[in-house]
Design a protein around this ligand. Structure first.
Ligand code: C6P
Length: 411
């Protein structure tokens, strides 16, 4: 059954892995894109072409291959910048992933600007990537941390947020989409209020950039962190967007080749942005793959992808909620992206995921690197199905049938 005008069967032919049998006769139903997305052939081919045809180091050589590799790497930066509507490609720093992007801000901007007693405002729905860097900083600098609470229905409590802004935080750092609840947070409003209170803002876009149209200028966000591997690109590369003024004022993150203008035995002058933050040989093939991935997503259109995921998620939530003993955490489908985290009776989520796997259905189980959020809901773990542009209602049906099988086994 098609859920929208979007031709999902056509899209699926772009992803060879989706034809894979997990075991003889059992086709893969990949419902774990929140962990990492599958890659279309165009991404794999772009990386393959780099290694087969113009592999060379960048910004260093003047031979043909080095120039071709440098052009491809910088073209990828332009593509990623255009994808999030950055005003200038120099505002996009290539990192390893979202985690490194957030740490970059914590180790540079935050250590330059935050001191004892200063406040960092986070939320209770953060991934560990947007908690631990601030906990480390808090321990080192005596910086205070406060958290915007999550309500029973999986939303941020904006009333408490407004009150916490009265404490004049220096930084407000929050996720635009929860990897567990699926909640899409009201980022425009959160950022506007933070700026009115004098705070700098960081958005964890690990889940939003792959699944929603994200425009950094419309958001007016100061920093945005995201990973290529969750948006049809390769592992090993991500990005940090930062406003030019901030990036230029920040000290380098790591020292080494490429991030310098001049070096003497006892001193150096850092390079201009973005190179100031890209020490050493970067992930060149991965950047090429990242560029191919954003080309691919942009061709389909992020609004179209969002609508397809919304239709699949609506269907999945309806079907899950009809199963006795299933509890889905998070808000209604109009307030969330393509994530359905649930518990099933008293059955351990690892058992659920393992049994689903025997039917070819790949879901994740555990705390999904959001342990405090699970504690808030009084649980230690959930099973989590997540959806992307290539998922179908048939795959949801297969998951539902498998969940009924789990219930039978544990009855
Ligand atoms: N969440 C999940 O299964 P990295 O690992 O750096 O690419 O992304 C970290 C990260 C940060 N923020 C959010 C909201 C995330 O969802 C993730 C990654 C995966 O939910 C792996 S733990």
């Amino acid at each position: 059954m098609a859920v929208s005008a979007f031709d999902v069967q056509r899209i699926r032919t772009d992803f060879p892995i989706l034809n894979r049998e997990v075991r003889p006769g059992i086709l893969l139903a990949y419902l774990d894109s929140t962990a990492t997305a599958q890659k279309p052939a165009v991404v794999v081919e772009a990386m393959d072409a780099f290694y087969q045809k113009y592999n060379a180091n960048i910004h260093r050589g003047i031979h043909t291959l080095a120039e071709e590799a440098t052009t491809a790497y910088e073209d990828a930066r332009q593509k990623v910048a255009a994808f999030i509507n950055a005003a200038n490609a120099a505002e996009v720093i290539f990192t390893r992933n979202t985690t490194e992007s957030i740490n970059l801000v914590a180790y540079t901007w935050a250590r330059q600007n935050l001191n004892s007693g200063d406040l960092v405002l986070l939320t209770e729905m953060e991934h560990h990537s947007n908690l631990i860097p601030w906990q480390i900083l808090a321990a080192e600098r005596d910086v205070r941390l406060e958290f915007v609470p999550v309500t029973e229905d999986g939303l941020l409590d904006l009333g408490v947020y407004r009150q916490l802004l009265g404490l004049s935080p220096k930084l407000v750092s929050f996720t635009q989409m929860s990897n567990v609840l699926g909640t899409v947070t009201p980022a425009v409003e959160i950022i506007r209020l933070a700026h009115d209170a004098g705070a700098v803002t960081l958005v964890d876009g690990a889940q939003s950039v792959p699944h929603l149209p994200v425009d950094v200028q419309a958001l007016d966000v100061d920093f945005l962190a995201f990973s290529a591997h969750k948006m049809c690109g390769p592992t090993g590369i991500g990005a940090l967007y930062g406003k030019r003024r901030l990036l230029e004022s920040m000290p380098p993150f790591m020292g080494g080749g490429d991030m310098i203008k001049t070096v003497h035995l006892r001193s150096f002058v850092p390079n201009a942005i973005p190179h100031k933050f890209e020490a050493g040989t970067p992930a060149i093939a991965q950047a090429v793959g990242f560029g191919a991935a954003v080309d691919y997503l942009a061709r389909i259109g992020m609004q179209t992808i969002k609508e397809h995921e919304h239709a699949i998620t609506t269907y999945a939530l309806e079907r899950l909620e009809e199963i006795p003993g299933v509890r889905v955490i998070g808000p209604s489908c109009d307030l969330k992206g393509g994530v359905a985290a649930f518990t099933l009776d008293e059955i351990h989520p690892h058992d659920v995921a393992q049994i689903l796997d025997t039917y070819g259905v790949a879901v994740r189980a555990g705390h999904h690197c959001a342990q405090p959020l699970h504690e808030k809901f009084g649980i230690t773990a959930t099973s989590r199905a997540s959806f992307y542009l290539y998922n179908t209602t048939e795959e949801v049906d297969r998951m539902i049938d498998a969940v009924y099988k789990v219930k039978e086994m544990f009855a």
